[in-house]
Design a protein around this ligand. Structure first.
Ligand code: AMP
Ligand code: GLY
Length: 440
């Protein structure tokens, strides 16, 4: 037998086929499921709870990712070899620690940070202290509790408008208030601390200097030692065109971000990414998984607005289509701390996604609308966010419904393809922003 055949046999024999359980149910998870399903090492993919989109590429399991006993049962029932955690809540609630402490689960890799590491997202105060300790550029701040409300009010007087108040804990993306007058800021601070406006999340409040600039996000996959930088992205958070109206989970996203060209991205690398990864090591925080760094470009300099302990949504829908490498291979690198030895390659093309939402979102909206035309879309990837299915019919089940994603030579062309594809999709009272990328 020639050495060539020997080699092939060797690979086939030793290649490990994986049963993977992915936790979550949004557009981010459909994009993760899609990318995992393209790996040659995937045997079977389970998504808990998933949506109508993930159902077409794997098996949905109807459990709550925050019910760790149910997650354990699903892992054991399906001989799962790896768990990938999409959203932040199970991470902040300690699912990685739960696996580590359970004899039946501790040998199964789970991709995502442990409870302490997830505090980078789970506590704004923890994140600010971390940044201060490691000289990572961020807005000036103070942290206050019920007991130090008086000092908080005095601190507000020392700041300039607009005033930024942040609930310390997870508040479903609603815990940041930006207020124009000192009077409102004082009232809100009292409301947050005394009346627990955001429940337990606002037992501590971070008051921050307002930073003016354009935002973008960068994503780093970390294995506790080495790391890989993923493409940056920019999302469009407001419901209305021209970035107006209420905040949403995200109405669209693009990658790459034109202003992140070499000068700025070198600063992000040297002033933010390296000090973050080194800081985690110095503090003995064993971080394994994605770090999402929310940045603001203030006059050409990057400042960190927030850390998240997971990928973004809809950013994932533009980042993962640009990943050429095998995602399971990279996750194995995270699990075995061999990420540095692996290659990561990205598609130089641009990617854009436009989110179709239910009319009324982010306020009140109706669910259960039948979605038509999904199979007619030829040139875009349609990632499901809030969908469910009944036989062949797909229905809306959330505010953000579909992320219509396209790759092309530049952002303008990618957006044009997504907008063409959207014309083929229909559901009652649908809405989308027609100006994603307008500011670039
Ligand atoms: P966060 O949950 O920390 O990402 O904050 C939500 C949004 O509030 C951010 O995406 C920014 O648009 C805005 N924001 C947060 N902190 C600041 C700040 N210090 N200055 C200006 N805008 C901010
Ligand atoms: N798109 C913002 C987030 O995922 O937090």
């Amino acid at each position: 037998m020639s050495p060539f055949f020997l080699n092939i046999n060797f690979v086939l024999y030793y290649k490990k086929f994986m049963n993977i359980l992915l936790l979550g149910s949004g557009g981010r998870e459909h994009a993760l499921a899609w990318k995992l399903s393209r790996s040659s090492s995937l045997e079977a993919l389970f998504i808990a709870p998933g949506n109508a989109g993930t159902k077409s590429i794997g098996t949905n399991v109807s459990i709550d990712p925050n019910n760790f006993e149910d997650v354990k049962q699903t892992v054991l029932d399906n001989n799962i070899n790896m768990v990938v955690v999409g959203p932040e809540a199970p991470l902040v609630n300690g699912i990685v620690d739960f696996f580590g402490e359970d004899n039946a689960l501790k040998s199964i890799p789970i991709i995502g940070p442990n409870k302490v590491a997830a505090q980078l997202e789970g506590s704004k105060d923890f994140a600010k202290e971390f940044m201060l300790r490691h000289n990572i550029p961020t807005a000036k701040y103070g942290t206050f509790t019920k007991e130090t409300l008086k000092e908080g009010l005095v601190f507000l007087e020392s700041m300039k408008a607009p005033y930024v108040l942040k609930a310390d804990g997870l508040a479903a993306g609603k815990g940041v208030l930006i207020l124009d007058t000192l009077k409102e800021a004082k009232e809100e601070l009292s409301g947050m601390l005394l009346d627990e406006k955001f429940g337990d999340a606002s037992t501590k409040v971070v008051i921050e200097q307002f930073l003016a600039g354009i935002e973008m996000s960068t994503f780093v996959l970390v294995d506790g030692d080495g790391f890989k930088i993923f493409p940056e992205a920019k999302d469009y958070k407001r419901i209305g065109e021209g970035d107006t109206g209420l905040n949403t989970g995200g109405m669209g996203a693009i990658s790459p971000v034109p202003f992140a060209a070499s000068g700025f991205s070198d600063k992000v690398y040297n002033q933010v990414i390296i000090p973050t990864v080194k800081g985690l090591k110095k503090d003995n925080i064993d971080y394994r998984g994605f770090i999402f760094i929310g940045l603001i470009n203030v006059g050409g300099d990057p400042y960190v607005i927030e850390y998240n302990c997971r990928l973004g949504d809809p950013e994932t829908e533009v980042v993962l289509p640009r990943l050429k490498s095998d995602l399971i291979d990279l996750f194995e690198g995270v699990a075995t701390q061999t990420l540095s030895e692996r290659d990561v390659e990205f598609d130089p093309r641009a990617c854009a996604t436009v989110m179709m939402v239910s009319g009324g979102y982010p306020g009140k909206y109706e669910k259960g609308k039948t979605i038509y035309g999904l199979n007619s879309v030829q040139n875009s990837l349609v990632f499901h966010a809030g969908t469910t299915s009944d036989g062949p019919a797909v229905m809306t089940s959330g505010g953000r419904v579909l992320a219509v994603t396209s790759l092309a030579k530049d952002i303008e062309s990618a957006l044009a393809i997504s907008y063409e594809s959207i014309k083929q999709i229909e559901f009652d009272n649908s809405y989308y922003r027609k100006d994603i990328g307008f500011d670039l």
